[in-house]
Structure formats: C-alpha cells, structure tokens
Write a protein that binds this ligand. Sequence first.
Ligand code: GLN
Length: 320
Amino acid sequence: MSRLITRQEIAEAAEGAYTMARVDNGGHNAHYIPYLANVPSDLFALTVTLPDGEVFSFGDDAYLFGIESVSKVATAILAMKQWSPEMVLRKIGADATGLPFSSIFSILLENDHPSTPLVNAGAISTCSMVKPLGNPVGKWKAIVDNMVSLFGSEPSLIDELYRSESDTNYNNRSMTWLLKKHDRLYDDPMMSLDLYTRQCSLGVTCRQLSAMAATIANGGVNPLTGERAFPEEISPKIISMMASVGFYQHTGDWMFSSGLPAKTGVGGGIVGVLPGLLGIAAFSPRLDQAGNSVRAQAAIKQFMQTLGLGIYNSTQVELA
Ligand code: GLN
C-alpha cells in the first residue's frame, strides 16, 4: 500500500505544529551546564527539509544553539564511515540502554560494553575511535569536516559553552576512566573526553540540523549541496540507533507516540528522520525530566500526527 503527500500538505502541517507548540511553556532549561541555563527559554524553531532540498522553516531558525547530544549522531556516522558499521557494533554496540544519557550503569550493565554511540559513554568511546588516532588536531578536523558535509555549512564553536561544560563535566570524567578500565577507549582518555565535550559545544541552527536529518533520510546525499556525505549502507544503521535509544529512557514512549526515529540534545534540539521522505529538526531550550525539549517534542509529534506519518505504518508515503 502507498499514498502520496503534497509539499503544500507538509508545509501546512509544519506551520500548524509550530503554531500549536509555541504556546507550550512546560519544562526548564538544562541547569547542570551553566551556559545552557541562561539561553533565552522562549526561543523556538521548526524546520523540515525534503530530499530535493526544499525547506519549510519557522521561528528562530537562524539562532546558534549548543548541538549537545545531537552531535553523537554525526560522530557515530563518522566512525562507521572510517571503520565500518560492523566495527562500531563490535567496539561500542547498538543497544538501547533504557537509562539516562549520563548513566554509568550503561557501562556496567552491558558487560563492560558502552552499548551505543548515542549515549555519553558510547559517544566518548566513539570520539576515541575517530582517525587519525593519536592526533587531536586531525581528529577534531575530521569531526568538524564530517558535520560540514552533513549540514552543508559550518558549525561554530560556542567558546563559553565549551568552557562551561569542561569546568563541570565531572560525571563524564568518571565515565571516561571507567571506559578505560574496561578497554573501551581506543585513544588517549582525556583527549577523547575533550573532543566529546568540544563537539557538544558546537553552535548549530535548526536549519543545519534539519539538513543533517534530510541527508540521513536521503541515503547519505546532502540535499542542499548534492554531495554524498556517507555511503548509503550507513543510513539504516544510524536510523536504527536513533530508534532504539534517541530519547534515552523514554525512547519506547517516544517511538510509540511519534513513530519517528529521532535524537535529542540538552541544548534543546531534536532531529528526526523519515527514510526516503524528509528530515525534520526542532529547537527550544525548555526540557522535560529526561533532558528532551518540550516544545520540540510537541511540534514534531503534532506534525507526524497531522500527516499520518510513521516508520511503522503499513502504508508507504511518497512525495507527490
Ligand atoms: N554535553 C552533554 C553531556 O555530556 C550532552 C548531554 C545531552 O545532550 N543529552 O552531559
């Protein structure tokens, strides 16, 4: 079974979802990273990008916010590109943790296995895998260049956020040494942690995140630049990781209610991927208890429901 959907329907659903979610004032800015606590809470943006590069965008879509955990998606793609999806599975894993993003138990419970690149432990491990090994300048360049190919434009480091995170990341430091103890770091521990902290501190726009989502939906070709960012075989692998752990301990609830593989960050960003159809991103700083943006979740769910979309649906949806 299949059905067609028009661009106008997509544009109207996005605008309607943006308007509906804008009045939701639930949640609070992330408070454990001082910089994030002070970002204006009312900012809100929603951007949909189609595989041919058409963009529907609303609100504060040019505001630079901390990418935070959404960076884990980009660097997981990089590790799969540099090594292979199978090597990432072997060295890190692709399991749901069912636990908060900062959980140390995710290392202990998975039999010394970080379990997935999309939670903190696995993301620090992923940064340790990035080549050229032993070369922090070269590794940082590889991380940023990969993001440029996914976004179609440069992210820019928010220095104050980087300092703020580096000064307060005690939990991540302890996880890094635990990973080292269990032989799950493939480069210098503190260098790997610093790369992770720096990538989380990159400033991005909602438009850029939506372009990354559309690149994944499009099998690795960036719809804005027309260039291939990664081999097509990586798309289903990263989408499966997003679907299994993108919302941490609330991933099951999220997939049940939205039908959209997605990944969140405590900067307030969410990216979602509908394979073959579109990429979506939303941004708003107020978060729920698990660290997921309240308005971004509301807007994306509304968008999916209005259009009757979802990866588990039996009817295939194509662009008219
Ligand atoms: N940099 C943040 C941290 O390590 C990212 C967390 C997140 O976005 N969920 O805690």
